[in-house]
Design a protein around this ligand. Structure first.
Ligand code: ATP
Ligand code: MG
Length: 501
C-alpha cells in the first residue's frame, strides 16, 4: 500500500499504548489516540466538502492537533497546505487565492479577519491548545475513517518555500516523494521505536513537518513536543531524549546555556542540523562541549532531504555529506547545464523519488527549474571534494559578479569568520557604477571585540585576489534571519543598496 497515511501508521500498528508524544511536556498522546483523532478529523473534512485532491489550508499555532489534522487531511485524500503563522492578512490573501482550498483552518482569534479571504471555503478553527470548531466537530465523531484511496503520484501536500530569494512558491509533493524520503532518512539516521526526538521546530515548514514528524512516525518513535525553541526547555528534555533536529541557531543558542554538559547529553545519540549553513566553529564547539559531532544535512521544500553526513564515519564540518541512497546529485555549469568535474563549483542538481512534481500553478517556473530528464536545478551552488563530500557555497542568486569575475561569498565569509573577535559575517554584492556589483561584507563582532574595517581588510587581503576583497565592511549586532535561521541577504542588499552609488 503506497498511501502516505497508511505508511505513516505502519510502524506503530497494533502497538496501541505506544506513545507518540511523551508525558511531562504538554499532554501525552498515544499512537492509538493520534490516529483515532486523525480519523475523526478526516471525517470532519469530508463532511466539510473535501474531495480527493482538494487543498486544506492551515494557519495555526503549533500543536499535536495540527499533526492530527495533517494526517487527517492525507487520510481524507486531501492536500495539506500549511502556512507560516507570521503571515499577515495581505499575505494570506495571496496564498489562499493561489491555493483555492476547500477548507481553511485558522486560529479562532483570526477567524473574523480570515473568513472574507476564504472565498467560500469552509473555515474551521484550531488554537495552540488544540481547541476550536475543528476539534469540537471531530470530538463528536467516532474514529474508524478508512483512508480515501490515492496513488503514489497524487499530491499529499503543497508546501510554500521560505521566500528567501523571492516570492514563496508552492511545491507540489506526492505520496511517493514524502514516503520515500521519510523511509530513507529513518534508515540513514537509524531511527527506531526506541528513539525520543526533541521537536522544537515550526510545523509549517518541511524541516519540522516532514523531516522531524514523518521520520518519527515512520520509526514508531516518540517525541518531546515543544511549542517552540526554548534553550531551557531543551536542556531539561535532553536526559529523556535520544535525538534533536534543529536549525544552526538552535545549536549556537544552546551553547550559551550552562546546562549543556556531557552529563546532560548522556542519553542522546544524535544531533542533526539543517535549513541553513552550520558554522564550522559551532560544530567544533559542540563537539568539545558534548562529545557529539553534529550531523549536517541538506534539503529544501521542493525535494525534502538530498544529502547527509554519514551516521557512521566522519561528519565533516562545513559540508553536507553525501547524496542519500536513491538520490543522484551532480554539479553543472550554469550556462550550459553540462556536468562539471569533481572539485569545480557549479549548480547543484538532484534527481530521485524525493523530488517534487512542480510548482503549484507556475508551469513556467517549473519548466525553468525541473528538467525533462527529472533533474531539479536547486538554485544552490556547490562543490564535491575528493572524498565525495558535498559543500554548499551559496545560492546562485547570491553569487556576486564584480568586474566580470565570479565572487563566491562563502569563500570570503570563511576567511572573515576565522578572524579573532568575529562571530559571523555575510558577504553581498551591491550595485556599483564601474564593476556592476561591488563586494561588501557585514560583520558581527563578538562582545567587546574592537574590530575595524582596515584591520579586517589587512588580515584577509593577502589571501584574496583583489577583485574579491570587500570594498566596504559594515558592522552589525546580528544578521537578519527568518524563522528557519536563514540569513536574509536580500534585506542586507536592500539596506546597503546605495553604498557605491
Ligand atoms: P525560496 O526558495 O523561496 O527562496 P528557501 O530556498 O530558503 O526560499 P527552503 O526550501 O525552506 O526555502 O530552503 C531550502 C534552502 O535552504 C536550500 O536551497 C539551501 O539554500 C538552504 N539549506 C538547507 N540546508 C542547508 C545546509 N545544511 N547548508 C546550507 N544551506 C542549506
Ligand atoms: Mg529555495
Amino acid at each position: 500500500d503506497n498511501h502516505l497515511a497508511t505508511r505513516l501508521r505502519a510502524a506503530s500498528l497494533g502497538e496501541t499504548d505506544r506513545l507518540f508524544a511523551l508525558a511531562g511536556f504538554g499532554h501525552p498522546l498515544s499512537y492509538e489516540a493520534l490516529f483515532g483523532a486523525a480519523e475523526r478529523m478526516a471525517a470532519v473534512l469530508v463532511s466539510a466538502g473535501v474531495t480527493p485532491g482538494d487543498r486544506v489550508a492551515v494557519q495555526v499555532e503549533k500543536s499535536l492537533e495540527t499533526i492530527e489534522l495533517y494526517i487527517g487531511t492525507v487520510l481524507a485524500g486531501g492536500v495539506f497546505l500549511p502556512l507560516n503563522t507570521a503571515y499577515t492578512a495581505a499575505e494570506l490573501d495571496y496564498f489562499i487565492s493561489d491555493a483555492e482550498p476547500a477548507v481553511v483552518v485558522c486560529d479562532p482569534a483570526r477567524e473574523a479577519e480570515i473568513t472574507p479571504l476564504a472565498r467560500g471555503a469552509k473555515v474551521l478553527t484550531l488554537d495552540g491548545h488544540g481547541e476550536g470548531s475543528l476539534r469540537a466537530a471531530a470530538d463528536a465523531l467516532e474514529p474508524g475513517f478508512r483512508a480515501v484511496p490515492r496513488g503514489p503520484e497524487d499530491l499529499a501536500a503543497i508546501l510554500y518555500t521560505s521566500g528567501t530569494t523571492g516570492r514563496s512558491k508552492g511545491a507540489m509533493l506526492t505520496h511517493r516523494a514524502l514516503a520515500s524520503n521519510s523511509e530513507t532518512l529513518r534508515d540513514t539516521w537509524r531511527f527506531t521505536a526506541d528513539d525520543v526526538l526533541i521537536h522544537a521546530l515550526p510545523i509549517f515548514h518541511t524541516h519540522g513537518l516532514f523531516v522531524a514528524t514523518n521520520v518519527t512516525l515512520f520509526a514508531g518513535a516518540a517525541m518531546i513536543f515543544l511549542p517552540k525553541f526554548d534553550a531551557e526547555a531543551i536542556v531539561a528534555a535532553l536526559p529523556k531524549a535520544t535525538a534533536l533536529m534543529g536549525v544552526p541557531t538552535f545549536y549556537t543558542r544552546l551553547l550559551e546555556h550552562p546546562g549543556l554538559t556531557r552529563e546532560a547529553v548522556a542519553n542522546m545519540r544524535l544531533f542533526i542540523s539543517g535549513s541553513a549553513p552550520l558554522l564550522s566553529d559551532t560544530h567544533d564547539k559542540w563537539r568539545e562541549r558534548t562529545g557529539h559531532a553534529i550531523l549536517e544535512r541538506y534539503g529544501m521544500t521542493e525535494t525534502n532531504m538530498n544529502t547527509s553526513n554519514p551516521y557512521e564515519g566522519e561528519r565533516r564540518a562545513g559540508t553536507v555529506g553525501f547524496p542519500l541512497p536513491g538520490v543522484e546529485l551532480k554539479i553543472t555549469e550554469p550556462e550550459t547545464g553540462a556536468t562539471l568535474p569533481q572539485g569545480e563549483i557549479g549548480l547543484i542538481e538532484v534527481r530521485g523519488p524525493n523530488v517534487f512534481s512542480g510548482y503549484w500553478r507556475m508551469p513556467e517556473k517549473t519548466k525553468e527549474e525541473l528538467r525533462e530528464n527529472g533533474f531539479f536545478i536547486t538554485g544552490d551552488l556547490g562543490v564535491i571534494d575528493a572524498d565525495g563530500y558535498v559543500s554548499i557555497v551559496g545560492r546562485s542568486k547570491d553569487l556576486i559578479i564584480s568586474g566580470g569575475f565570479n565572487v563566491y561569498p562563502k569563500e570570503i565569509e570563511g576567511l572573515i569568520d576565522d578572524l579573532p573577535g568575529v562571530v559571523e559575517s555575510a558577504v553581498i554584492g551591491l550595485p556599483h557604477p564601474d564593476f556592476g556589483e561591488g563586494v561588501a561584507a557585514v560583520v558581527v563582532p563578538e562582545a567587546g571585540a574592537e574590530l575595524t574595517e582596515a584591520g579586517i581588510l589587512a588580515a584577509i587581503s593577502d589571501r584574496l585576489a583583489r577583485y574579491k576583497l570587500p570594498k566596504r565592511i559594515f558592522f552589525a549586532a546580528e544578521l537578519p534571519r527568518n524563522t528557519m535561521g536563514k540569513v536574509q541577504k536580500k534585506a542586507l542588499r536592500d539596506s546597503h543598496a546605495t553604498t557605491f552609488a
